[in-house]
Design a protein around this ligand. Structure first.
Ligand code: PXG
Length: 465
């Protein structure tokens, strides 16, 4: 299907009527938005006919790739059967029940903890708002209403609603929103490249970073802490992968103080790390698991929380109404698409494929990327990866932030048919899990070309050291 679009006309209407998320409106109005018109497999096309390899899966969403007829068919069929009904007043619908059952069967049991229940929303942000509400309800029901404080991490991303942005550790978001809301506090992130001390091993750093949690618990007062929330791998923060020692020590600490552990897997669930869920990869035991994005491969909005037995048991057995929920909680069309998406992932064994085949292959190709003169560190975890642009490779010296070298690199990526995200000077990818080896090679060739072009540009500008 060829889509003909009058780019200038759409751009003018875009500027006139559409306020985009996270956008400098004045700046966008001067250049006009890139109009994306169609997608197939791992590629997207803009209205000028340029094809781009989408190494970000939309925005960490399209794990099964674009153009899956099965997902469209599932939506069509469900819309013709029951396009909507709410699940408030003691009603339910078949796809919502089936999906909750499916997710409960996919989420691995860890130790004595399993996930038998799902609370639905339509996004990651809403799901984390639900987490705040649910965690507080849990402690209230247990007669410990003073346990209100949720500890999170700096540079975490947990969404953009008032609670989501508060849980997140993005200083720019806090500054604009008078955030965080009360009873949310942050510790440092386990980012070895930036926070490791000279001579300190990654493992020693991982333990030190985990101990920040214990220090914060003691500072707040152990009886006031309700939960700790973290992403298995920090996605929007720049694909920050904690050292191996981090998660076991975090688990020891949350167990010691009896606080709930929330694993925000909006990015890491559904095969991204080579497992169905991120906690599985690192072997920790969350009480609540946030999901969204790839649950439908982004084809339709859906989010939610896997509620572990510890929390579900209290909510159910103690009774009383939980005064929280959304019009679209358990939306039948979204759940039907998610079920079809799970079927594709299971049939094509996408998590296993990431673990045993394309993940290791990407890791191998990233070793090569790591040797590039502009790259200070290059790491992968499953099928996501991050690299740091540095002005001096030997001394691992970073560029000044205001030079925005990451944006220079991103500009070259766009011009060369590659979608790669810049988080400061970290360049990151999270491609569809359907990529072939040949497509990984094609992506790596593009990445290397864009790194070369960036290197040349910063060299010419005299920015290297
Ligand atoms: N938690 C995590 C871990 C996320 O990555 C959210 C919650 C919020 O989800 P919603 O559906 O409300 O957007 C996210 C979203 C980026 C980027 O630039 C990442 C996200 C959203 C927007 C941009 O990498 N992640």
């Amino acid at each position: 299907m060829h889509t003909v679009v009058d780019t200038a006309a759409i751009q003018a209407l875009d500027t006139a009527h559409f306020l985009h998320p996270f956008t400098d409106y004045k700046d966008l109005a001067t250049r006009g938005a890139r109009v994306i018109t169609k997608a197939e497999g791992i590629y997207i096309w803009d209205s000028e006919g340029h094809r781009l390899l989408d190494a970000m899966s939309g925005l960490w969403c399209v794990n099964v790739g674009y153009g899956r007829k099965e997902l469209a068919d599932a939506a069509h069929q469900q819309m013709m059967t029951l396009p909507f009904y709410n699940s408030f007043f003691q009603t339910t619908n078949v796809p919502a029940v089936q999906l909750a059952t499916k997710l409960a069967s996919l989420a691995p049991k860890v130790g004595d903890r399993s996930f038998q229940h799902v609370f639905y929303s339509s996004s990651g942000s809403e799901s984390n708002d639900s987490n705040v509400r649910m965690v507080r309800r849990y402690w209230d029901l247990l007669g410990q209403p003073q346990r209100k404080v949720i500890i999170s991490r700096l540079n975490a991303y947990h969404g953009s609603t008032m609670a989501g942005a508060s849980l997140g550790g993005m200083s720019g978001m806090h500054a604009q929103g008078d955030l965080p809301i009360p009873n949310i506090t942050h510790i440092g992130q386990p980012y070895y490249f930036e926070n490791g001390l000279p001579g300190e091993s990654a493992d020693a750093f991982g333990l030190r970073a985990a101990h920040w949690l214990e220090e914060k618990i003691l500072e707040v007062g152990a009886d006031k802490v309700a939960a700790f929330i973290a992403e298995p791998v920090q996605g929007a923060g720049g694909v920050i992968i904690a050292p191996a020692t981090y998660w076991p020590e975090i688990q020891r600490i949350v167990d010691k103080y009896g606080i709930l552990l929330i694993s925000d897997e909006v990015i890491c669930a559904f095969g991204r790390l080579g497992t169905w869920f991120g906690y599985e990869k690192f072997g920790y035991k969350p009480d609540l698991v946030t999901f969204a994005k790839a649950v439908t491969s982004g084809y339709i909005p859906l989010g939610g929380v896997l509620v572990g037995d510890r929390v579900a048991k209290v909510l159910i057995e103690k009774g009383g109404e939980f005064n929280h929920g959304y019009t679209y909680s358990g939306h039948p069309v979204a759940c039907a698409v998610a079920l079809a998406n799970m079927e594709i992932m299971e049939r094509e064994q996408l998590p296993q494929r990431v673990r045993d085949d394309i993940g290791p292959y990407l890791a191998q190709r990233f070793l090569e990327i790591g040797t590039h003169p502009l790259v200070g560190s290059a790491e992968t975890c499953g099928f996501t990866a991050g690299l740091v642009l540095v002005r001096n490779k030997e001394r691992l010296e970073c560029f000044a932030e205001d030079l925005s070298v990451g944006m220079i690199c991103r500009k070259h990526c766009f011009s060369n048919g590659l979608i790669m995200r810049a988080v400061g000077d970290r360049m990151i990818i999270a491609p569809p899990l359907t990529m072939t080896h040949a497509q990984i090679d094609e992506m790596v060739t593009l990445i290397l070309r864009c790194l070369d072009l960036t290197y040349q540009e910063v060299k010419e500008k005299g920015l290297l050291a």
